[in-house]
Design a protein around this ligand. Structure first.
Ligand code: NAG
Ligand code: NAG
Ligand code: NAG
Ligand code: NAG
Ligand code: NAG
Length: 634
């Protein structure tokens, strides 16, 4: 496919839908060999899609960007019209979903595109993540400045004192419009809502139960059930961590009013159930438009300040004056003290590939100055002899993390590895972990420096609803064990009796005996250190039985599927990478598009296997969802 034909197809698509003055189009077409005759032919949806289908190289991506940039210069509404037309053509989502989301996401993309220098680092990163047409460029070298050299001290050994318990849950994605009896078999990414008459209770053969369904986000009944179970099963919890994403996945419908009410409802419900002090984090979904988190330096009227303000005021009851930084100095982040532990909650949206604001013409090294602030907080903790837990939404080794930010963050983790007891994330909806190393070219138990614990989700879209309880050393705040609780939605009486929460597994019981030297479950004081976890990954790489058990736990036993050979290697690689460039995920260069064959199946498949469980932006899925090569399980 010649670039000029692609241009012509896309331009005429924009003419058809946006009624642009022909003079403007002629000037846009200058430099291409497009004949004016093309401009009068109304290109069919199918033709545009075919044009894109053949764009298979990084150079082709630049050509597409050049075109999109030109349309963006015509104004937001022209751009939104073109993108909406493309979305409908691509059949990635229903028409109402296309219209709703692109009306919100389009202006952000247009803002970036207008200023793009085609061929720059930013545009290459954009082509890699949004179109999958370029390799991810190598990290732009930057040495994070530290106020003091790294001390010789290592991780403290366990105190042997009676452990405290800490509850961790994540990705609740509560759907306040979930309706019992509404269809769970729909063409949207989440069902159990009466989107149409046919989906209404009484009209469907697929009525949702009262307590949730794997094709839907969490009903309030499920949310309440979990809070109740936490109170009952862990009455003496010292505190609670919640790693973000309150809002449901009907992202084409969410707006400021809805998100604000969602955030208020969820945090007030946690409080009303009397959960021990909740330390929250900002999820990518906790705003509208979804993923729209402009860093402080971006000048825009599409502000997310209201979301920060809402979380700040809800969190104040638990974190007191620390809540002010959530709204002001470092939007979305704070540092709070519990005993001798400093809890630092960071806003990982500053490194998230779906936050299109990050693709400013020159990508910022340290969006909102958060990394500099994190260094100050860690230095203060080191100076005060405190230990630190870092909380965030997106795991920083994830394939969703931009490589540059992930690298700079990992430099900080390595500098303060003796102070950081552990890191805690959510976002993937799965039970996972990531290990940080001081040398990724020679990963070993000797140079494993930190563990990121990734909690499974409450929302049932990719597994059974779950939460976990850490057994924690009260002096070092090291993690001694993780007990995961879940409710089995396949139980026969689930829809009538409601969720029953039971112990699923203990990490120490499951993995302790497999390593050399073994850790007995009775050795309650032994820490699950980064070296321990590295040793576990080495066992999983060679013992398929142990790996299968791990893999089933990742999904809490729901539609587990098999994973052998390369799948095992890539899973182990992910576990051995808290820095994104080393996680073995690469976009498949030379993307192929194809029309969606079966919406329900395709949507379910995307839910389960897309590398971003948090319903990535539509613009991106439009280009990615239909690729033939699945990037599985990240
Ligand atoms: C959803 O409905 C279609 C028919 O419309 C049916 O073929 C399919 O099996 C249903 N899916 C589920 C999960 O029940
Ligand atoms: C915001 O969303 C809610 C729920 O979808 C809807 O009822 C309301 O009309 C929307 N408000 C605006 C201003 O669009
Ligand atoms: C990890 O395994 C090595 C042997 O490969 C062993 O020497 C070391 O003690 C183990 N560390 C932990 C914490 O299990
Ligand atoms: C492999 O893992 C299984 C299941 O955890 C365990 O029972 C078995 O002893 C392990 N095999 C070896 C050779 O360590
Ligand atoms: C979609 O897939 C399901 C399950 O394989 C099948 O029963 C259904 O008929 C398919 N629907 C369409 C529209 O092809």
């Amino acid at each position: 496919m010649k670039t000029s034909v692609l241009f012509a197809s896309l331009l005429t698509a924009s003419v058809a839908s946006a009624a642009v003055a022909p003079a403007t189009l002629s000037s846009l077409a200058a430099g291409s060999d497009m004949s004016p005759a093309h401009l009068h032919k109304r290109t069919t949806a199918e033709e545009v899609w075919e044009a894109l289908e053949e764009a298979a190289t990084c150079t082709a991506c630049e050509a597409v960007l050049t075109l999109l940039k030109a349309v963006a210069h015509l104004g937001n509404s022209d751009f939104v019209d073109l993108m909406t037309a493309l979305c409908i053509i691509s059949d990635t989502e229903d028409e109402d979903v296309c219209k709703g989301i692109i009306a919100m996401e389009g202006p952000i993309l247009a803002h970036d595109l207008r200023q793009f220098r085609i061929g720059s680092h930013t545009s290459e990163v954009f082509c890699a993540y949004v179109f999958g047409l370029c390799e991810i460029p190598s990290v732009t070298a930057y040495d994070v400045p530290f106020p003091s050299p790294k001390p010789a001290t290592g991780r403290p050994t366990s105190s042997g004192k009676t452990p405290i318990e800490v509850v961790h849950f994540s990705d609740i994605h509560v759907d306040r419009f979930y309706e019992e009896g509404a269809s769970y078999n729909c063409t949207k990414n989440i069902c159990c809502r009466p989107y149409t008459t046919a989906y209404e209770p009484g009209n469907t053969e697929y009525p949702a139960g009262a307590y949730g369904n794997h094709a839907c986000d969490s009903p309030v009944t499920l949310e309440k059930s979990m809070y109740g179970a936490i109170k009952e099963l862990v009455p003496d919890a010292a505190f609670t961590i919640f790693t973000g994403d309150v809002v449901e996945g009907a992202i084409w419908l969410v707006n400021e009013t809805e998100v604000t009410a969602n955030l208020q409802d969820a945090y007030q419900l946690m409080a009303s159930y009397g959960l021990a002090t909740v330390f929250g984090t900002v999820g990518n979904h906790d705003v509208a438009p979804v993923n729209s988190w402009p860093p402080s330096a971006i000048d825009t009227t599409i502000s997310s300040q209201w979301a920060y303000d809402t979380m700040s005021s809800e969190w104040e009851q638990w974190i007191g004056s620390s809540a002010s930084s959530v709204a002001d100095s470092n939007p979305g982040s704070y540092s709070a003290i519990f005993g001798n532990l400093r809890i630092i909650s960071i806003n990982t949206n500053m490194y998230y590939e779906e936050n299109f604001w990050l693709f400013a013409p020159t990508m910022e090294t340290d969006p909102s100055g958060q990394l500099a602030w994190l260094v100050d907080e860690l230095q203060a903790a080191e100076d005060a002899g405190q230990r630190v837990w870092i909380l965030g939404h997106m795991p920083m080794g994830s394939s969703n993390a931009l490589h540059d930010g992930s690298n700079y963050f990992d430099q900080i983790v390595n500098r303060y590895d003796a102070t950081i007891a552990a890191l805690f994330f959510g976002h993937t909806h799965k039970d996972q972990l990531q290990i940080a190393y001081s040398d990724y070219t020679a990963r070993s138990y000797k140079n494993a420096v930190a563990t990121s614990y990734i909690a499974p989700a409450l929302t049932p879209t990719s597994g059974m609803p779950a939460f976990r309880v850490y057994s924690v050393d009260p002096e070092t705040y090291g993690i001694l064990d993780i007990v995961t609780y879940m409710t089995d939605m396949s139980a026969e009486d689930y829809d009538t009796a409601g969720p029953t929460w039971t112990k699923y597994y203990s990490a120490k019981e499951a993995y302790g005996p497999l390593v050399t030297p073994p850790i007995a479950a009775s050795d309650t004081a032994a820490e699950l250190s980064p070296a321990f976890w590295h040793n576990v990954t080495e066992v999983l790489a060679v013992n398929q039985t142990a790996f299968d058990e791990y893999y089933a736990r990742k999904w809490r036993g729901y539609e587990v599927g098999s994973c052998t050979g390369d799948c095992v290697s890539s899973e182990i690689c992910m576990m051995q990478a808290a820095e994104a460039q080393y996680n073995c995920w690469t976009p498949t260069v030379g993307i192929h598009f194809s029309k969606r064959g079966n919406s329900t199946t395709a949507a379910a498949d995307a839910r389960k296997h897309d590398h971003d469980e948090c319903e990535p932006s539509l613009a991106k899925r439009m280009f990615h969802n239909l690729r033939k090569t699945k990037r599985s399980q990240i």
